[in-house]
Design a protein around this ligand. Structure first.
Ligand code: FCB
Length: 446
């Protein structure tokens, strides 16, 4: 890393469509599986929904101005598939496409590089009705959607991610049934994983063919998995969770095979030639990381493990996720060593129940401490050769945090939901200062 300057490093922030846009019934957007999921009582804390969220659909210009003020160089957002293709395939919604034109143009005018993610969990209901990701045709639907996006925005957007955290939405949505579409079925889950991998490969091919100068990857959640107790059974459970959480997508995508521990499970869903379609060359490994996760054995579980809570004696974030920056360092090194790609951290952040103080500000020193420690750990990883080229905080704004609704806040900017007022937290000023300092100073010493 000695020869590089910080100018080569990208500092950014990330969001996703369903978590911030709102306007779910406006200008021809179709329903997503999350709209339906949120309508089932008791699914989401306080029965919150993404109907309004941060109203970003109407306030995007203000949000871009906030990012410009913060000095971020890049912004990762996702396109809501049902906003541009209301049923997921077939009829196009011009007003939905126009929205992302406006957003992209505003970003470019502010000198912020757009990083477009094609899928951050809001699958069109029209496709779910056909089986969603459990239907092998989904790879073709995704390729058609990617074609539309590449043709429309590829003149201005060069950074594309196919999927955000496929393992998280597949495990929570199709194995445990906690997230949309609420399925808890071993076969549906494994089938889904394989089809997402096929869709990723097809998406990469489309983007590569249609976008000159494209820089492509996928975004994977990578956390170390630990046995909850030091028993043989829990150790095996943690190894299963590791394969399902960390490897089932990146291994076939970058190495051309499923992890050995899952090979037999995947076989029934595979056809000759599939792995070659999945393993397409990409330009970087997108990594999201928050904290270690835990598993315990459970004879009744469908795939050999159960989810376990973190031990009590670990330091925790404001929403109970444990804080272990050295785990982040290790995972960055491991990701680079395993796949040989440059790494971009496309999510890392601190969840809490932030409140507005008497002076009208939001003092989130605990978030600043967390980010300082984690960015330090990333620097350590780079010194050890991990080739990390960018870091994006999750998130620009407080937003709809899936099952926790609006009570868990991850933003650098506080959102006062009743008024939609944006209040930059102390951490947003801290991040602005850090970017300014590191963007202009020489690189980390070797
Ligand atoms: C990740 C998701 C993102 C957000 C953060 C806190 O798993 O990709 O949408 O919810 O966690």
């Amino acid at each position: 890393m000695s020869a590089t300057t910080q100018r080569d490093f990208t500092w950014g922030v990330s969001t996703s469509s369903y978590q911030i846009e709102g306007a779910v019934n406006e200008d021809g957007r179709g329903p997503s599986i999350w709209d339906l999921h949120c309508r089932q009582r008791g699914r989401i804390r306080n029965d919150d929904t993404g109907d309004v969220a941060c109203d970003h659909y109407h306030r995007y210009a203000e949000d871009v101005a906030i990012m410009r003020e913060m000095g971020v160089q890049a912004y990762r957002f996702s396109v809501a598939w049902p906003r541009v293709l209301p049923r997921g395939r077939g009829a196009i919604n011009p007003a939905g496409l126009d929205f992302y034109d406006r957003l992209i143009d505003a970003l470019l005018a502010a000198k912020i590089e757009p990083w477009l993610c094609l899928f951050h969990w809001d699958l069109p209901v029209g496709l779910d009705e056909l089986g969603g990701w459990t239907n092998r045709d989904s790879a073709g639907w995704f390729a058609d959607y990617a074609t539309l996006i590449a043709r429309r925005y590829g003149d201005r957007v060069k950074r594309f991610a196919t999927f955000n955290e496929p393992s998280v939405f597949a495990i929570f949505g199709y194995l445990f049934g906690w997230n949309a579409p609420g399925i808890a079925d071993r076969d549906a889950f494994l089938r889904t994983c394989h089809h997402i991998n096929l869709a990723h490969g097809a998406g990469v091919d489309v983007l590569r063919a249609l976008v000159p100068g494209a820089s492509l990857g996928a975004v994977h959640n990578r956390q170390p998995t630990f046995p909850r107790r030091p028993t043989e059974g829990d150790r095996e459970a943690a190894a299963r969770l590791d394969a399902l959480w960390n490897l089932i997508f990146p291994d076939p995508q970058h190495l051309g095979h499923y992890p050995a521990i899952l090979a037999r499970d995947m076989e029934p869903f595979m056809r000759a030639g599939d792995l070659a379609k999945i393993c397409r060359p990409v330009d970087w490994f997108g990594m999201n990381h928050y904290s270690p996760i835990y598993a315990r054995e459970d004879a009744k579980s469908q795939l050999g493990f159960a989810w376990a809570d973190a031990p009590d004696d670990e330091p925790k974030t404001g929403i109970g996720w444990n804080i272990r920056p050295e785990a982040f360092c290790n995972e960055l090194i491991a990701a680079h060593t395993s796949y040989g790609l440059p790494v971009y951290v496309l999510e890392n952040g601190f969840g809490a129940r932030d409140t507005i103080a008497a002076d009208g500000a939001v003092h989130d020193q605990d978030r600043i401490d967390y980010l300082t420690a984690y960015i330090g750990a990333m620097d350590d990883a780079n010194r050890a050769g991990a080739d990390v080229r960018g870091y994006f905080v999750w998130s620009l704004l407080d937003n709809f945090e899936w099952g926790s609704g609006y009570s868990d806040r991850f933003g650098l900017v506080y959102v006062d939901y009743p008024t939609q007022r944006r209040i930059p937290k102390d951490s947003s000023r801290w991040y602005a200062d850090l970017i300014k300092a590191r963007h202009l100073t020489p690189a980390l010493s070797a």
